[in-house]
Design a protein around this ligand. Sequence first.
Ligand SMILES: Nc1ncnc2c1ncn2[C@@H]1O[C@H](COP(=O)(O)OP(=O)(O)OP(=O)(O)O)[C@@H](O)[C@H]1O
Ligand SMILES: [Mg+2]
Length: 164
Amino acid sequence: MSYLLATVDDTRAFGRSLAGLLRAGDLVVLTGPLGAGKTALVQGIGAGLGVAGDVTSPTFVIARVHRGPVPLVHVDAYRLGAVPDPRAEVDDLDLDATVDESVTVVEWGEGLVEQLVDAYLEVRIDRRDDEARVVDLVPHEGDWSSRLSMITELFPCVDTEKVP
Ligand SMILES: Nc1ncnc2c1ncn2[C@@H]1O[C@H](COP(=O)(O)OP(=O)(O)OP(=O)(O)O)[C@@H](O)[C@H]1O
Ligand SMILES: [Mg+2]
C-alpha cells in the first residue's frame, strides 16, 4: 500500500495516524535514503503515542527511550552500517529487554532487528522530488495486514506508477 506525502507536515501526520495502530510489542523497521523523512515520521509516531522528549537524529546516540503510556524506543542504526559486526552491536543495545513493553522503531534497521519479534511492519520511504515522498507499508506476518486497513481509511492510497 503506497501513500503520497507532499510535505514534512504530511509525513508527521502520517506518523501520528500510524501511532494509532501501534501497541506494546510492535516493531517498525524504516527504510529509505538519507533525508527521506524517517526521523520526521518517528516524530509523528512519538506525538501520536504521547511520549516525552523530542525525537531527534542524534549524532552519537543509537537508541533512545521516550517514556510514555507505551514507551517509544527509537533506534537509528545508520552508524552500524560501517562497523564490522553490526548484529553484535545491535545485540549490545538489549532491545529484546524492552521490545515487549514498548513500540520499537528502527531507522536503517533492515537486516538487523527483524529477529526481535515474530511479526513486524516495514515502512519504506522514497524521495520523489524536493518535498514529495512516497511511503509503502509492508506487513510482515502477524495481524499487520488487517491493522493496516485502518490507515487506508485515513490516507488515500496512490498508484506509484502515476507519481512523478
Ligand atoms: N514530504 C516530506 N516528508 C518528510 N521530510 C520532508 C518532506 N519534504 C521535505 N522534507 C525534509 O526532508 C528532511 C527529512 O529529514 P529526516 O531527518 O526526517 O530524514 P531521515 O530519513 O531520518 O534521514 P537520515 O537517514 O539521515 O536519518 C527534513 O529536512 C524535512 O524537512
Ligand atoms: Mg533519521
